[in-house]
Write a protein of this length. Sequence first.
Length: 445
Amino acid sequence: MTATDSGKPRVRIVIVNRDGGNLLLDCLRSVEHLDWPAEQLEIVVVDNGSSDGSPDRVQHEHPETKVIGAGRNLGYAAGNNLALSDLGEADFVALLNNDTVVDPGWLRPLVRSLEADEGLGASCPKILFAQSFAEVAIEVASAQGAPKPNRVHITAVEVDRADRWRDAQFVEGFEDGDGSARSPRMYGNAILRVPLAGDGRPSLVRMRLQADSTARLVVKAAKVISLDLGTTPVWVEAELPQHGVDVVNNAGSALVRGGFGADRGFLEVDAGQYDQPADVFAWCGCSVLLRREYLEDVGLFDPALFLYYEDFDLAWRGRARGWRYAYIPDSVVRHVHAASSVQGSALFEHFVERNRLVVHVKNAPWPYAVRTVLGSLRRTAREARCELAEPLLHGKRPLWTSVGRRSRAFTGFLILLPRALRERQRLRRVQRVPDSELMAWLTHG
C-alpha cells in the first residue's frame, strides 16, 4: 500500500464528461463532501470534447480537480483509459458517471470491502435513480360493444406542466408501439412511474392518451378517476401522492440468459431486498471502486466498444482471470439514468446491441456466443415481419425504425468481428477459470 501518514489508502476518482453542465458540477460537489481525507483523494475529470464550457467551469469552481482534455469524443471506454493508463500513487480507482451524486459515506464501505478481501477486484454500491417516483396504475377495459382487445397509446407525460417523458418509467403492461420515439401502448392493466419534485408539494401528472377504439379507463394515483377514452388524443390529469418511492438502478450486474448483461434490481422499488452484501458476476461502470492490481492484471477498457457493455466486458475478463466482485449496499449513489444518451434512442440501441454481440464473442464459450448472435438475427427477422411484411399485407406504409437500427448494429458487429476473434484467442490463452464455472452465473433476468 502507498497510504501516507493519514492511514487511509489513496483513491483516484475518475469522471468522464461530455457536456455534463450542471450535472457534472453537482457530482463534483458531492465528491468534495465525501467522508474521506481530502489529501488522500485525487479527482480527475476526463473531458471528451465538451462544447458547453464544462472544463472551464470545473477549473474555476473546483480548482483542485485535474482536468484531462481528450480533444474529441473518445467514448466512455477510451476516455476512462486516459486516466487509468498511469495510476501514479493510487491504491484504488473509483469510476463515476458525470450524472451521479454520491452519499458522503459512499467511498468508505467500498474501500473497506477491498481491504478485507484481496480476491476482490472491484466493489460496487447500490445505485438508485436520482429522484423518488410516484406510481400511477392504469386499468384499461373495452367499452361495451367495442372490439377486443383494445389498445391505449400514451404519447406524452408531464408533471406539473413540465415534460417528463424521458424520466418516466413504463414498468408493467406496456409494449413498444409503432417504432416512434413516443409510442408505448398498453393492453389491460399497466403501471407508470413518474418522478416527483421532491419538495413535498402536491403534484399533478398529465398523460396524453388515445385508444384504438372506445375504452373505459380507471387511473389510480392519489385518487381514483374513471373516464371514457376514444380515438382522439386527450390529456388525462391525476393528482400524485406527496411521498414517492426510491427505485433501484443497479445492485451489481448479472449475466442473463439469451446473451445479455443486466442491472440487478433494475426498476424495482427499493424495499430492502438488496440490503445485504453479495457476490455479483459483474460491476456497473456508473459507480465502482477498482483495485489497482486488478487493472494491472486484466487490463483497461476495450476502446473499440466506445459506449455501453465496456464495463461488462472488463468485468467478464476479470472473472475469467479469477477475480471476484462484491456488491456493498451501505454505499449509495443516485444516478440520472441515461442523461447523456437517452434509453431507447438510436444511439443507445445501436451501441447496446452491437457491443453485447462483440462482448459475447470475445468472452463466452462458443455455443453460447453463437446462440447469442443467432438470437439477434431471429429478433431482427421478427421485427422485419412486424414492421415491413405485415403493413404491406394490409396496404399500409412499412416501417423501418427497429429493423433499420438492428441492421446497422449488426453491420457494426460484423465490422468489429475480426478484431473480436483475435481478442478471443488472446483471452483464451490467459483464462484461469473454466467456462463451466463462469456460465454457472447465468440467470433468467
